[in-house]
Design a protein. Structure first.
Length: 542
């Protein structure tokens, strides 16, 4: 078992690698859903309906040995401006117009001294980035329904309000600046010296558009724990909810969903490779949108987070670098395109171009996403996670990991369906409609001359010129080289031979009885020490 925190404070996230425990194996399998008014009409009913969905997804969440300590649950809503204006006035400061301030939800230490040190450092970062810290608000909470384990790790909840400076001309530029502030705070506070003694620091959200209430809670505890969510003045046109089942992981306050852009049901099987590629590339990142700030957000991936949180880190970067959220999701979870004979040339060029920039984040996954204006969902290319939706005649869209999460009179149902593998479902509250998958992907595929760029810059091995001279190696030399490079009789007979003879991939079993290279008494090549990792948790057989 992992060691206890020596300071006596319960850990807010998984312990460090030790013994048989390694944080890299953290995965989620969960329930998720959202409700949205397509026309952008805000109401408290949206909050209430989303919380009903969350309670009805309770069976998809999990608890520990205590029935009242959950793996995590939460809700993401649009910034409730009128409510926050009233709260700020009560606390003695004034909020500007919508879009001209950001609000952050923070997990902070219970110790007042630690808390003040963190807040002082955060204020310094805000000022250094040219923004104005308007004030703080203690978020009321009620932990009476929580189990002992959740209470032992419970952080102190505060909201911070940051005013937008006049030089930032639009809300998108302000969102980028808030992102830079948060990333710097994570680096200097979470990874710095401020938290000596076992304190907690985590920013659930910091945005002018969205606000997240979450924690190490059961589904029905979210509304009880946060009295704000019962206040009729808290209104939104959309809400994203999530109930976590940490299949082989540590539950914690910070690993609850929603994350800042996404909520996720499933696993990212390619996680280690995705993170390693990001680490390898990030020192060369350049962005016309972020400018010099791109260096301030590195490292991009917080490897302390779960696979979902690390996916969210990558989404954030791509959006902040100037891409729209649906474009980003097409890059990270591409539909199967390489052998899709009927796919139009523009869309194929889009996927081929982006495959040169980023590896797909692959695995059985249902991914819901929002930027506070648009909200949607997509499935992995195999469609191994369920997601169903209802569209009502009064412009409400309900999507969840199963049907029946929110009662709707049959006569009020306009459309119902399920997400398809590789397809995207998107509701745009600015346009007041659902944007079809075909329309959406045509928009992004035709936005740039991707095929022209590929023709000019993409070099394929098959297009390289033939060598000037052909030399026929001797059989003896080939045999020597095969032996030097570790080829066995079985390799030649069952793999190389069939591939050479038929030009197709060889058939084989996923099982192997080959000794591990590190334990073998035969000479081994370097690459034999590295093996492909397969999903270890809840994948159904294909």
């Amino acid at each position: 078992m992992p060691k206890a925190n020596m300071s006596g404070a319960a850990p807010v996230s998984a312990p460090p690698k030790q013994g048989l425990y390694d944080p890299q194996f953290e995965h989620d399998a969960c329930g998720l859903g959202f409700v949205v008014n397509m026309k952008g009409k805000k109401s408290h009913q949206m909050v209430s309906d989303a919380l009903k969905i969350l309670v009805n997804l309770d069976h998809r969440g999990a608890c520990g040995c205590e029935a009242n300590t959950g793996d995590g649950a939460g809700i993401l809503i649009q910034v409730p401006h009128d409510f926050l204006v009233a709260e700020a006035a009560r606390l003695g400061f004034k909020l500007p117009a919508v879009g001209h301030y950001g609000v952050g939800m923070m997990f902070l230490p219970k110790d007042p001294g630690q808390r003040e040190a963190i807040k002082a450092e955060f204020a310094r970062i805000v000022a250094a980035e040219g923004q104005t810290l308007l004030g703080w608000r203690d978020v009321p909470t009620d932990n009476s329904s929580l189990g002992k384990t959740a209470v032992a790790a419970e952080p102190f909840m505060e909201q911070v309000f940051i005013g937008r400076c006049a030089t930032l001309k639009d809300e998108a530029a302000f969102e980028r600046k808030l992102y830079v502030i948060r990333k710097q705070a994570e680096q200097t506070i979470r990874y710095g010296k401020t938290l000596e003694g076992g304190g907690v620091f985590y920013v659930s959200s910091l945005s002018a558009r969205t606000l997240i209430y979450k924690g190490m809670l059961m589904s029905e505890q979210v509304e009880k724990y946060y009295p704000d969510l019962r206040n009729p003045a808290v209104t939104t046109a959309m809400a994203l909810v999530h109930s976590r089942f940490s299949t082989n992981t540590f539950p914690s306050w910070d690993r609850a969903h929603p994350n800042r852009y996404i909520a996720h049901n499933g696993e990212i099987n390619t996680l280690r490779g995705n993170v390693n590629w990001m680490k390898a590339a990030q020192s060369n990142f350049k962005s016309a949108t972020l400018g010099a700030d791109i260096k301030k957000v590195i490292p991009v991936i917080n490897t302390d987070g779960s696979d979902s949180a690390q996916f969210d880190n990558c989404v954030e970067l791509l959006v902040m670098a100037g891409r729209e959220l649906p474009h980003t999701m097409m890059m990270m979870i591409p539909e199967p395109w390489e052998n899709h004979e009927s796919m139009d040339a523009e869309r194929r060029a889009f996927y081929e171009y982006h495959s040169c920039l980023i590896e797909p984040w692959d695995g059985p996954a249902s991914m819901a996403f929002t930027d506070g204006v648009r909200i949607g969902a997509c499935l992995d290319r195999n469609g191994l996670r369920p997601s169903r939706y209802y569209v009502t005649k009064d412009d409400v869209v309900i999507m969840a990991s199963e049907a029946g999460v929110l009662p709707v009179p049959p006569e009020n149902v306009a459309v119902k369906g399920r997400l398809q593998p590789g397809r995207m479902f998107l509701v745009d509250t600015e346009q007041g409609r659902i944007i079809a998958d075909e329309e959406l992907k045509k928009k992004y595929a035709s936005a740039q001359p991707y095929q022209k760029w590929l023709d000019e810059h993409h070099v394929l091995l098959e297009n390289l010129p033939e060598p000037a001279e052909h030399t026929e190696p001797s059989h003896r030399k080939i045999l020597q080289e095969q032996q030097v490079f570790g080829y066995t009789f079985e390799d030649l007979r069952f793999i190389v031979g069939p591939m050479a003879g038929t030009g197709v991939q060889p058939l084989g079993s996923m099982g192997t009885d080959t000794p591990l290279a590190v334990l073998s008494n035969k000479p081994q090549l370097l690459y034999n020490y590295f093996k492909q990792l397969f999903a270890q948790v809840t994948n159904p057989p294909i």
